[in-house]
Unconditional design. Structure first.
Ligand code: ATR
Length: 505
């Protein structure tokens, strides 16, 4: 179920959020602490107003009542006595399906009285514990305490910082079934527990009406629409196959949008989740536990992941990087779809494919970092003569020698990035590939090849995909060159990955 947390100043703004998100939500959580000056009467009236606002749109949504204290990540700024009085009054009117009561309340007379009146009113108790800073010392013991009340739904919402923390939460979530339960990892590391909650056995996923920091209810929330449409949260079950991307950071990655859309279009019961990973060993324990079938690998793990692979295709050791892992019966196989992902748009631009298409070609590679390696490998293998220009020529020298040796090709010529390299670039001017990070958002006016004047016969290939048109590409296009933007390589490598994922489902 998808639950929209209502965090506006006024009930009417909250109801407006409900209307706008109606098609993607099953229930709402009224965050009384976010209302300005809430009265017990107004809160007690809320379920009726909610039903009126949602009239004509089918059943529900049901409502959770919460007044969160600052220590739990909320903004309640009056006394605890006032909070309990308000909750008690609102619950006794009987309109709320659930009330969120913190664990410590079960230790006080007032808290037990409140729970008793909730039970009498037919309101289910969500027994919660929140930690916005980190993890409890013993999550399993804490979870047992949260689960002690009969008929209550335990809710553990904490902040994992490492892949090992996430592993603990995911094990807890999976192992504590079939009881209805809510176990949430807040923040970037915990993100999978939100977007894959139904797959992991979670009772519901919380969402916010907007990602604007003034509106978002808790770290890591996405919108109900993202849960429903991108992650197909309502269609997930324990049988849904799992895929993902590992990176650090990773939440800005375009891959979840791409791969989840692909699964949706192909009608495949699979979900693709971003994993913010600091420690590959701990992550692969989680991947095994979740029966993850395939992974995209991004910065900074493309090199380090190689030592966790059981087998690879020929490009992985030569490139020294792996961007795709397929897992079958526990065996991890590494591939590099950056290689075909780079070549295909180029072959399309030339209008031919295969080694003959590259006959006599001489190309310049700008940059010698991680992104350049797949490009150098791809071009050397099809027989292109290369020149690599880099700010640090020694790095280019080393990379060129390593990959040429692995492929059995001639060593690339190397030069320092700067005006002195212009004549070498001219000699290797059939194709110029820009692989550095120079010109990437937000530094969009930077151009690593500003000193070079395009003649118009070069193919200019950019690896940066944000912005779509870099200064480098714009100058090349203005000179009459054929240009290939970075989005092409992104799409092709993702498409190649998607085809592998589809096979392994
Ligand atoms: P990636 O994996 O994206 O390729 P990387 O491995 O850090 O990232 O490589 C970045 C590339 O951009 C390198 O070629 C780097 O040059 P150095 O090898 O000299 O570091 C290049 N680069 C980054 N910032 C640059 C700048 N301001 N001017 C010129 N080149 C730059």
């Amino acid at each position: 179920m998808i639950c929209l947390s209502l965090t506006r100043d006024t009930v009417s703004d909250d109801l407006e959020d409900v209307r706008r998100n109606r098609e993607w939500i099953d229930l709402v959580e009224l965050r009384v602490d976010r209302l300005s000056n809430p009265s017990a009467e107004a809160v007690a009236r809320f379920p009726a107003e909610l039903a009126r606002a949602a009239r004509g749109t089918g059943a529900g949504p049901e409502c959770i009542l919460t007044a969160r204290r600052p220590a739990d990540g909320g903004s309640w700024d009056r006394s605890e006595a006032e909070r309990l009085a308000l909750l008690s009054r609102a619950v006794s009117e009987g309109g709320f399906r659930y009330v969120d009561l913190e664990l410590d309340l079960s230790g006080s007379v007032e808290g037990r009285t409140l729970a008793e009146s909730a039970r009498r009113a037919g309101t289910r108790i969500i027994r919660s514990f929140h930690d916005l800073e980190g993890m409890p010392e013993d999550p399993a013991a804490l979870y047992r305490e949260l689960s002690a009340g009969e008929g209550e739904i335990p809710k553990l919402a904490v902040t994992p910082r490492t892949a090992a923390d996430l592993h603990v939460l995911i094990e807890l979530l999976i192992d504590s079934g079939p009881r209805e339960r809510i176990i949430i990892g807040m923040g970037p590391v915990g993100f999978p527990t939100r977007v894959a909650a139904p797959r992991l056995g979670g009772y519901l996923s919380y969402a916010s009406a907007s990602l604007n920091p003034d509106v978002v209810a808790a770290p890591g929330h996405v919108t109900p629409r993202m849960l429903a449409e991108t992650y197909r949260s309502r269609e997930q079950s324990q049988d849904t196959r799992m895929f993902g991307v590992i990176g650090n950071p990773v939440l800005h990655s375009a891959s979840p949008e791409y791969h989840n859309r692909h699964f949706r279009e192909k009608n495949l019961d699979a979900v693709y989740v971003p994993f913010h990973v600091d420690d590959l060993r701990a992550f692969f324990d989680t991947a095994a536990r979740l029966d993850v079938r395939g992974l995209s690998v991004t910065v900074p793990h493309k090199e380090a992941v190689i030592s966790y692979l059981d087998e690879t295709d020929e490009s992985v050791p030569a490139v020294g990087a792996c961007n795709t892992v397929l897992i079958r019966s526990g065996r991890r196989r590494g591939l590099n779809t950056d290689v075909p992902g780079f070549l295909l748009p180029l072959e399309r631009a030339i209008g031919a494919s295969g080694p003959e298409a590259f006959d006599g070609m001489r190309a310049t590679i700008v940059g010698a970092g991680g992104a350049a390696r797949a490009v150098v490998f791809a071009l050397l293998r099809v027989g292109v003569r290369l020149c690599i220009v880099n700010r640090t020529p020694e790095r280019a020298e080393r990379m060129g020698a390593e990959i040429a040796d692995a492929v059995g090709a001639a060593q690339p010529v190397v030069a320092e990035l700067g005006p002195e390299a212009a004549s070498l670039i001219e000699e290797h001017g059939s194709l110029i590939v820009q692989t550095t990070s120079v010109g990437m958002e937000p530094e969009v006016s930077a151009d690593p090849l500003a000193f070079y004047e395009f003649r118009g016969h070069e193919i200019a290939y950019e690896l940066i995909y944000a912005p779509e048109q870099t200064r480098f590409l714009a100058r090349a296009a203005a000179a009459g060159c054929l240009t290939i933007p970075g989005s092409r390589m992104f799409e092709e490598q993702a498409l190649a990955q998607a085809a592998h994922f589809e096979h392994i489902i």
